[in-house]
Design a protein around this ligand. Structure first.
Ligand SMILES: [Zn+2]
Length: 236
């Protein structure tokens, strides 16, 4: 009987304790926020703070830095360029440079690149930095189709045709090249090239323009055609 009573008392006591233990209603007193990951203009950050009584950690998101004024103008230029590349819109692409690079392809090849870029070209902006009075930098990760080998084999076929038909019109040569590229593209699984690119911009008159892009820009816009072309004809 006594044993039983003791047991009951113990049980009640335990039950009374339980919610206290489970709920553990600590009225947290947090310390200062610490930045775990700083926010950028393109990505949110993370911060956390700890309760100095129970050690509970609270985390929170730091919003992206506001993109305004000059920085916004600079970033917009790069966005316009990258979107225009995806669409292979030559007029728009040209406008984005202080001195237009060689991003033009012979007419018959343009629809091919356009289609490739639409499917494989994408980008992610990482950072924007004003580096001088009329100078800035934008960093971006860019993914673009790598058709180096299909282009190389197509150029071989093209040159064979040129040798066999030395008197054909240049438009005939171009259409042979276009057809050959299309044929080769069906044989190959198209790889994606990933590059982190730093675009250097200058303010030229009213507009921010790309002055340099730490990469052969024509490869970025033309699925590595420039590389394939240069390497192929370096052998001639
Ligand atoms: Zn606490």
């Amino acid at each position: 009987m006594k044993k039983r009573l003791t047991f009951t008392i113990l049980l009640v006591a335990l039950l009374m304790l339980m919610p206290v233990q489970v709920g553990a209603a600590c009225k947290h007193t947090y310390g200062k926020w610490t930045t775990d990951k700083a926010a950028t203009y393109f990505a949110t950050g993370k911060k956390s703070r700890e309760c100095n009584k129970c050690g509970h950690v609270q985390t929170s998101t730091i919003p992206k830095k506001a993109l305004v004024g000059t920085r916004k103008e600079i970033v917009t230029r790069i966005q316009v360029f990258l979107k225009a590349t995806r669409e292979y819109n030559l007029k728009k692409m040209d406008f984005c440079f202080s001195a237009a690079p060689k991003i033009w392809l012979p007419e018959p090849l343009r629809p091919i690149i356009k289609e490739l870029n639409r499917e494989y070209f994408s980008y992610k902006l990482i950072n924007v930095k004003i580096t001088g009075k009329a100078k800035a930098e934008v960093q971006a990760i860019v993914y673009y189709p790598d058709c180096y080998w299909p282009f190389t084999y197509a150029l071989t076929e093209y040159m064979n045709y040129v040798y066999a038909h030395p008197k054909a019109k240049s438009s005939a040569y171009m259409s042979v090249l276009a057809k050959s590229i299309q044929k080769q593209l069906r044989y190959y699984e198209i790889a994606k090239e990933k590059k982190t690119i730093t675009f250097k911009l200058i303010k030229s008159g009213k507009y921010w323009k790309i002055a340099k892009a730490g990469i052969q820009i024509e490869n970025l816009t033309m699925a590595n055609y420039a590389s394939a072309y240069d390497d192929f004809f370096a052998g001639y």
